[in-house]
Design a protein around this ligand. Sequence first.
Ligand code: FAD
Length: 449
Amino acid sequence: MSNQFDLIVIGGGSGGLAHAQRAAEYGARVMVVESGRLGGTCVNVGCVPKKVMWYAASMAHDIDLATSYGFAVQAPTHDWRALQQSRDAYVARLNGIYARNLDNKAITVVRGRARFIDAHSIDVDGMAYTGHHITIATGGYPKVPDLPGAEHGITSDGFFELDAQPKRVAVVGSGYVAVEFAGVLAALGSETTLMTRFDGVLRSFDSMLRESVSDALRADGVDLFEHVMPAGIDEELGALTLRAKDGRVFGPFDSVVWAVGRAPATDGLGTAAAGIDIDADGFIPVDEWQATNVANVFALGDVTGAVALTPVAIAAGRRLADRLFGGMHDRRLEYRDIATVIFSHPPSATMGLTEAQAREMYGDDEINVFTSRFVPMRYALGDTKRPAAMKLITAGEEQHIVGCHIFGDGADEMMQGFAVAIRMGARKQDFDDTVAIHPTSAEELVTMR
Ligand code: FAD
């Protein structure tokens, strides 16, 4: 086997694999180096197993609701271990599919940890490989705070290794991972505490979503504590207590989950040997073409500090391959109008500016905000009421939609279509001119006044 390639991709996660495969489709000789499992974070310890858990939690909520539709439902029991085993088997199937796809495209896969020797070559377990282009797509890993006893807690990676459901659990964090895990654990029956450092969850999201998600978590029995600065974890006979800096003590818990953010996987990558800049937090800065400061070295996905989402890493990877090997010289990812979903219960979807950002960017006089709060028809028959809320933000005389935020059942599936319209420059009038689909929740978005 020759050790010379047109493209070496370091990291076989969402971005790296998409990039490698697109390049190979153009006929490039491609090598992927992966130190862990193919598919990276999303497939193994992110989106995929998370969504499986979310489905399980959603079913728990649906069982609750079923009585209002005439079903006689006995108090259900849930087998966490059975769920874990089917989930892991599904992930293993995906790992296999990824390996076969690479094989079918004649991409060389090298297992091991890559380290730069210089700008054109890398070392993997003592073997040197050279690439005309090298792309860094090494993603990141979950942070653990530097506190006494922090090692008694687990991260999102550890969450997916739990082979028994913790009866009493604390989730520390306020981002989407913290919210999603707390929702799943509570729905499946854990006594769940969620602790946020500042005021509430999802700090960078629109206030309507933040309030709706907090209310839903509380309604589902999550104990939500704000302004908790952890000082450490104490362990006694398997029971964990979490001390806060202000003297409060929380617990005992069977498990504490740190969901306090992610760090870029650049340690030990040897970036200095190739002269590649990294910033103070370890991220690799790139320009709008995914180019690092070294001419033939590119970076994409979470390791760049860009919006940390799978489709973003994939889109950046494919576009870069289109440009480098497909002759599309202007092809690049525009990092704007990216819709995303928080898999809360019910889910939250968001795109564009928050109301606060829109007010700051355009001024109060230039924006209009349309809101709707309602209980979807699904909950009309019984006592369970899971409300929905929607917000559209427009800017300027033409009333272009600059922000769209949806909380409620179906929000996750609803947003994708609206995202196309908004990206194309939809105005409020275009929404108004669109005939509604009835009876749905989505129709609220085209009937707001
Ligand atoms: P990764 O997928 O992390 O892949 C990087 C790969 O590089 C890894 O496989 C790693 O082993 C490998 N690697 C690292 N260093 C080296 C080295 N030196 N040599 C060789 N290989 C190396 N995104 C969504 O869009 N939707 C979601 O619902 C969602 N849910 C998430 C839930 C959780 C719990 C988490 C943690 C993340 C979630 N994400 C979600 C984010 C998503 O997983 C990431 O944005 C995405 O995986 C980033 O892709 P990437 O290619 O940049 O990196």
